[in-house]
Write a protein that binds this ligand. Structure first.
Ligand SMILES: NC(=O)c1ccc[n+]([C@@H]2O[C@H](COP(=O)([O-])OP(=O)(O)OC[C@H]3O[C@@H](n4cnc5c(N)ncnc54)[C@H](OP(=O)(O)O)[C@@H]3O)[C@@H](O)[C@H]2O)c1
Length: 281
């Protein structure tokens, strides 16, 4: 369970080591029977989540992925066998910025001759729905970066995260069941109760998929991995009720009722233009 010092162990650079996905990748690789030299990237090596990794013996590099910082990113990727890369839409919800930072990561990997770029991709909801849902920034940014990556000549694998189960527990999240006056909890979304989507426990599961890319024959370069297991909203609230001992119900709501609920959510409140865009879309 320690990062290897052997120069023959593959060198893996992990963007977002202090976050859900990156930390999961680090844990899964540390738990592997194969040795890896892990280097985590953070903008702040003095914060508690960074210090926790340093105490576990990992090397952390302070690096900001940002336009203007291309040379530093390229330098950080030097000698890497693989880079795990993610971008953080929720930090700013700026389409142009996220795409620019994603492309910058791809360019840096190419210049540094990184052998494999493992990208936390998402598909274009606009493409999947024939243009019906065009404005979902955090999908479209990832899809745009994926297109750039695929055209770049950089060796890559795509590992698409599922919806995190933790979204159900984060206060004021879209997927958080809300306490009702009768003491029960209600998850209210526009989706039909039996409609399914892929879910997973990101901090635990995500890294296992990334590890499969590095270790499992037949996955590797060019793989497009979809994480998680399909579950309907009915099933989700049934499991939530069982594991929490609370009564959690699901209700399909119309667009107007949904937006009434949604407008109170914390992230949207901090970003009113997002709410306006969603409502318009
Ligand atoms: N929640 C979901 O259900 C879900 C599902 C699929 C995909 N996603 C996507 O997952 C992404 C978030 O991943 P996560 O959950 O792992 O995030 P997270 O736990 O919030 O962590 C964000 C990480 O990104 C790093 N980071 C952010 N901006 C950076 C920059 N400019 N340069 C270097 N590092 C930077 C942070 O590092 P430091 O702060 O240490 O510098 C931190 O480690 C989002 O883009 C979201 O769209 C989420």
């Amino acid at each position: 369970m320690v990062s290897s010092n052997s120069p023959t162990a593959p060198l893996i650079i992990i963007i977002g080591i202090t976050g859900s996905q990156g930390s999961s990748v680090a844990r899964a690789l540390l738990a592997s029977s194969k040795p890896y030299r892990l280097v985590g990237v953070t903008r702040d090596a003095s914060k508690p989540a960074s210090k926790a990794w340093i105490e576990k013996g990992l090397t952390l590099k302070e690096l900001t992925v940002a336009v203007g910082n291309e040379e530093a990113v390229k330098k950080a990727f030097g000698g890497a066998d693989a880079v795990f890369a993610m971008t953080d839409s929720w930090a700013h919800f700026d389409f142009q910025r996220e795409v620019a930072e994603g492309k910058l990561l791809v360019d840096a990997a190419l210049s540094a001759k990184v052998k494999l770029f493992i990208w936390s991709a998402l598909e274009s909801l606009s493409d999947l729905t024939g243009g019906k849902y065009p404005g979902c920034t955090f999908y479209e940014t990832k899809a745009e970066i994926t297109r750039y990556l695929q055209a770049s000549g950089q060796a890559y694998a795509l590992v698409q995260p599922a919806c995190y189960f933790s979204n159900l527990l984060v206060s004021l999240n879209l997927y958080t069941p809300r306490l009702q006056p009768d003491g029960t909890y209600l998850l209210a979304l526009p989706s039909a109760p039996k409609s399914t989507m892929a879910w997973f426990d990101a901090p635990v599961d995500y890294g296992l998929y990334v590890r499969a890319v590095l270790e499992n024959p037949g996955v590797g370069e060019g793989a497009e991995v979809l994480c998680g297991s399909e579950a309907s909203f009915e099933e989700v609230v049934e499991v939530l009720s069982r594991v929490t001992g609370k009564t959690v119900k699901y209700k399909q709501v119309g667009k107007d009722e949904f937006f009434e609920l949604f407008k109170d959510l914390g992230k949207v409140r901090r970003n009113p233009s997002l709410f306006q865009r969603l409502r318009a879309g």
